[in-house]
Each structure stands twice: as C-alpha cells, then as structure tokens.
Write a protein that binds this ligand. Structure first.
Ligand code: ADE
Length: 544
C-alpha cells in the first residue's frame, strides 16, 4: 500500500512539474521556454471563430529570435475598424513597433500590423498611407495573404498536435515510471534474500593446497583444469556462480550411496573459492591423462579388443548409473540416475583404456516415491538428442529418461566402430555422429529434420557387416538408437551383447589361432563380470 502511495505521489509531482512549466510560460508570457525559444501570448481570432473576438482567445506563440503577434482588419465606411484576423507572426521586418500594433508600411494595402508585447495585437493603430506611396501589386498582395493563411494553418496545426503529442509523452512517461517503480520495489523486496550463494551446500572445510596447472577442457558448465594436489594429479572443474545449480546437482550425484564405482569418475570433493563477488565453485575429481573418449578417438584408432573394452566398460558404467540399488544393512539405497548429456566428451579414458562416465551436471535421480524435481525435456547436446527429445514429446518418467541415454549410447558406439581397425578397410578421420550429414554446428531444426522427420541415423559401413564382431556390435548400436524408445536396449543388455561378442571372438580365436583380430590372452582380462553381487535389476527391455 505504501509503495502504491509512493508511486502515485511521485507521478503527481512529475505531472505538476510539467504543468507548472506550461502554465507559467503561458500566464507570464515568459520570454523563453525550456528549449531557449521565445514565447509570448497573442490574441487569436479568425472569421470562423466569432467567440474569439476582442482578445477572448489568448494563445502562446513561439518564435526565434522572438515571436510577434499580428492583426489584419477592414476599414468600415464610418471610419471604424473591423478585425479580420489575429494570431502569431514571425517576420520582424514587417513590424513597426514593439509595444503597439501599428500598421506596417510594408503591407499598407492589407491593413496589417504586428508587435512583440503580450496581447499587443488586441488593438490596432490604423495609419493611413496614401496609395501613391507604394501601390500594391496583385502578386505582392496574394503572397502576403498566402503567408498569413500559412501562418494560421501552422498555428492551428501546432495547437492541435502539440497537446496530443504532449499527452502521449506524459502517458508513456507515467507508464515507464510505473514499470521502473515496480521493478525497484521488486528488487528492494528481493535484495536482502537474493544471495546467489543461498542455495549452495554449506561451505566445506579448509581449502586444499591445489595448484592449477593447465586448462584441459571447456564444457557447457565451466572449465576443467589439470591440477596438483599434494603428490597427485587431480582435475578441477570450475563452475561460474551462475551455474551453481549444475555444481550442486553434480556433487549430489557423486555423493549418492554406492557411487564409488570403477566406471564412474572418482569424486574427491568441492570447494568455494574467492569472495562473494568473484566466487568460483570447484569440483575436484580424479585426473585422466588420456582425456575424454572423443579426444582419444580424434588422435587414435582402436583395435577390436580395445573397442570391446571401451564399449563394455562404458555400458557397465551406464548400467550402474541407471540401476536402482535397494538399501541393505546400514548401506543406503542408490536411486536410478539418468545422465541426460551422455556423449563421447563425457566418457573419460583410464590408462588401461577402460572408460568411466563423468559430468553429472544435468543428471536426474529417481528416488522411489519422490518427484525427480522440476525439469524440462530439451536438455543435452543436440547431436546426441533422441527423436522424442528433439520433438519435445517425452514423458517425464524414469524409463523415458533412461531410454534417452540409451539413444546417445548408440551414437557413442558408432563413434567407436568408426575408428576400429578390425577389418582391412581403411579407417577414416574421426567424425562426430551426423557430422557428415549436418556438419559441426547443427541447429535444432537441422537435427529435427534429420532425426525426427527423415529418421536418418549415422551410416553403417559395409565392411562392418562383413566382420562377425563388428556386425553384432552394429546390430546392438542400431537397437540403441531405435526410433521407438520402448524398443531400445537397456544398458544391461548392451553390456551383455558386448560380453557375447567378446566370448565369440575368444572362441573363434581359440578355434583358429591364425585369426589375428583378437587372441585369447588379449581377451582374458576384458571379460566383464556383470554380476557384482548386486541385487537383480529390471532392465528396460528384457531381450538382449
Ligand atoms: N576432462 C574432463 N574431465 C577430465 C578429467 N577428470 N581428467 C582429464 N580430463 C578431463
């Protein structure tokens, strides 16, 4: 209430200031208005305005260097003067006298006078000039009449337009002030409570002695640094304050029970560095010298056994993330987690070429009986977005989100296959999925047209289909990116399929040791044990 009163009173003051300026200029015949143009008040009359006779309609006039008032009249037969026109005049040369309206010798034939004192044109001083002195020509006469008419037209226009423009300006100004006022009130109300750090977890303990060495990656939510902590290399991901939500989400996920898994990036801790204005939010994890899978594939081709190791460990990490683990004894439950930005840049490579999953800034956890929280569907990286995401047609339930991750997993499998040297065919340069079709920076519309409308998927090379292992992996990949989300494989199933390929390769290499694509010794440590002593999980799709 107080705020509205404050607003109204300030608006009123403003209007009064504006009106005061106008009125005082009109009443006192103030010599100058705000722009430095002189003003005076003149009597106004035209034949169409019988009510304005005898100075009843004073009007302000403007002019530079100064304004004048004028009058024209007829001489009646009995020597009386009958005013024809009165108003504003602007040509100094035509005026005889400043204070009185004395007939101008330059326009004698017209009975014209002008003067520059307020209302000096109410009365006119008629002087008779003999026609011989300066006989008027018709052209001169017409020019003067035209000038007078123009002057009147201009005055009429000014008097009708200026008030309208003024009124519009006042309305706009009042509206603008109202908006400004409301914004100020809003911010004043918010100010004491809008602390950008307010929803952050409590400050952790003392700062770790971390030495930043070099920038290793730039992601959606900040920069990843290689850093030294005591005698160990670590990765520091710095989030700007505006991305605090991702920092909070990511550490929330890392702190979930059971998250200490070999195919999930190892979390070390978080820190807040700097003061309030330049606060930086740090997330400290293990450092991986090989960087991301994307970086690795750019610089290296891979053998079939490397592919199997990478694909298997990646699927294992994803299956673990997607799994729900019930509480057991004093160990709390782990909810199912959807990554929501799964891609080769968010898979890191260990020194033994196994993979771990990183970057949980967009992840969603699904705790039984709890709402996963407010979210919208269109998140992630366009290139890796499932058709239902691109279409904006996802259902907001756990399985829908996990299936979106599986589509992206299909894309990463394609990136692996495309760099595999298992066949004799030459391996091309590293390419992102759909790079051939839409280049490096596709728009959302490009992706919608390609993936949703034309249902295109990354090309499957002919030579893959001629190799048993690659053919099986191609089929697995295609089942991951199925247009029908419900038909997609679960991460558990992908892991099973990769293990099957590994077993097949192992048997074939045992049967035919000359098959150099893979050998038993190479494969032995690659067999991934899916039974970690965890309770059985429900895959999204049971078939493998
Ligand atoms: N890029 C992103 N995270 C990384 C990490 N933890 N180690 C190395 N490179 C990375």
């Amino acid at each position: 209430m107080l705020n509205i009163t404050q607003f109204l009173s300030s608006t009123l003051v403003l209007i009064l200031i504006i009106l005061h300026g106008d009125l005082s200029a009109g009443a006192k015949g103030a010599p100058y208005n705000e722009e430095g143009v002189s003003t005076i008040t003149c009597a106004y009359y035209s034949e169409n305005d019988p009510d304005c006779k005898d100075g009843k309609c004073p009007r302000p006039c403007e002019g530079s260097p100064k304004p004048y008032c004028f009058a024209t009249w007829k001489n009646g037969t009995d020597g009386q003067i009958e005013i024809e026109m009165q108003g504003c005049w602007s040509v100094e040369d035509d005026c005889m006298n400043d204070s009185q309206c004395v007939q101008s010798p330059s326009i004698q034939h017209l009975n014209f006078c002008c003067c520059s004192e307020p209302l000096c044109n109410i009365k006119v001083k008629n002087v008779y000039y003999p026609p011989t002195l300066s006989p008027p020509t018709t052209t001169e006469k017409n020019a003067k009449v035209k000038k007078l008419k123009n002057g009147q037209l201009t005055t009429t226009l000014i008097y009708s337009i200026v008030p309208l423009v003024g009124l519009a300006a006042v309305i706009v100004l009042v509206f603008w002030m109202w908006k400004r006022f409301k914004r100020q009130v809003y911010y004043r109300q918010q100010l004491p409570t809008v602390d950008p750090t307010r929803d952050l977890p409590p400050s952790p303990g003392p700062e770790r002695p971390i030495k930043l060495i070099e920038v290793r990656a730039r992601g959606r939510f900040g920069t990843v640094w290689k850093a030294q902590l005591h005698d160990k290399l670590v990765a520091v991901k710095k989030f700007p304050l505006q991305d605090r939500h991702s920092w909070t989400t990511e550490q929330d996920i890392y702190r979930l029970p059971h998250m200490n898994h070999e195919n999930i990036l190892k979390f070390i801790g978080t820190e807040r560095r700097g003061d309030n204005l330049s606060l930086e939010l740090w997330l400290i994890t293990e450092f991986h010298q090989n960087g991301s899978l994307c970086e690795y594939l750019k610089g290296n081709t891979i053998t079939l056994s490397e592919l199997i190791k990478m694909a298997g460990s990646m699927a294992r990490g994803l299956a673990f993330l997607h799994d729900e683990i019930p509480a057991l004894g004093d160990k709390a439950a782990k909810p199912a987690v959807a990554h929501r930005d799964f891609k080769s840049k968010n898979v890191l490579i260990n020194t033994d070429l196994s993979c771990c999953i990183a970057d949980f800034g967009l992840a969603l956890k699904f705790e039984p009986g709890k709402n996963p929280g407010e979210t919208h569907g269109l998140v992630g990286t366009r290139r890796y977005m499932a058709p239902e995401v691109l279409e904006g047609a996802i259902s907001f339930n756990r399985d829908a989100f996990l299936r979106i991750d599986m589509y992206a997993c299909g894309m990463v499998l394609w990136e692996l296959l495309a760099r595999c040297t298992a066949t004799d065919a030459s391996v091309g340069e590293y390419q992102l999925p759909y790079e051939e079709e839409v280049g490096q920076h596709p728009t959302l519309e490009d992706m919608q047209e390609l993936v949703v409308i034309n249902k295109v998927r990354p090309a499957i090379k002919e030579h893959w289909l001629k190799h048993t292992g690659l053919e099986q992996l191609s089929a697995t990949m295609e089942e991951c990116w199925d247009h029908d989300a419900e038909a997609r494989l679960s991460a558990d199933c992908v892991l099973e399929r990769v293990n099957q390929v590994e077993r097949n390769m192992l048997t074939s290499s045992l049967v035919s040791p000359s098959n150099t694509a893979i050998n038993a010794q190479q494969l032995q440590p690659l067999i991934i044990n899916t039974n970690q002593g965890l309770p059985p999980v429900t895959p999204l799709v049971q078939t493998i």
